[in-house]
Design a protein around this ligand. Structure first.
Ligand code: HEC
Length: 147
């Protein structure tokens, strides 16, 4: 092998091992706070399941971490998604939002789901079960319309 190729491979390996030491936070909470969306609205079981499977990893205080998501650089990516996702919409803190903000967020959920923007495609690549079927989209849409 040409020496510079070896050099590149060794460097990459060192970087890959090195980044494993970058700490990332774990987004998990034991309790269900009173501000949780489940305590704010009645959510039919089938809709709740959809939200839990497809949205809660990034939009709640409880993320399920499959083993690969604790390996860098995936852990950093997940961390970023959770931080940015919760900033925009946190189902665990929904009860703290003003009435106006609640309405806006529900409207935004309908739109993001209808347009296929959420869940993020980089996420459904690894979480096939999080992809929303046409019927699941309809269930979310109807639940919000009937609130
Ligand atoms: C992999 C993480 C991830 C998943 C899973 C995910 N989201 Fe998001 N979501 C984000 C991030 C990051 C943002 C902010 C940046 C952006 O809009 O791309 C966001 C933004 C949003 C917004 C915009 C909020 C606003 O006020 O404009 C809504 C609404 C939303 N998500 C709803 C959902 C719903 C509903 C689901 C499940 C069907 C879902 N998301 C699944 C990461 C995620």
């Amino acid at each position: 092998m040409k020496s510079y190729i070896k050099w590149i491979i060794y460097s990459l390996l060192i970087v890959l091992v090195g980044i494993q030491f970058i700490p990332t936070s774990i987004n998990q909470q034991e309790i269900t706070p009173y501000t949780d969306i489940r305590k704010v609205y009645t959510i039919p079981d089938n809709v709740l399941t959809i939200l839990e499977v497809s949205c809660f990893d990034c939009h709640s205080n409880n993320t399920n971490y499959p083993f690969y998501s604790r390996i860098q650089p995936m852990a950093m990516l997940m961390d970023k998604h959770v931080r940015e996702g919760k900033e925009e919409l946190n189902f665990s803190e929904f009860g703290d939002y003003s009435d106006r903000k609640k309405r806006n967020k529900l409207f935004s959920i309908q739109n993001q789901v209808k347009d296929g923007e959420m869940p993020l495609s980089s996420y459904t690549l690894m979480h096939n079960d999080a992809k929303l079927t046409a019927n699941e989209k309809k269930l979310i849409e109807e639940w919000i319309t009937n609130l």
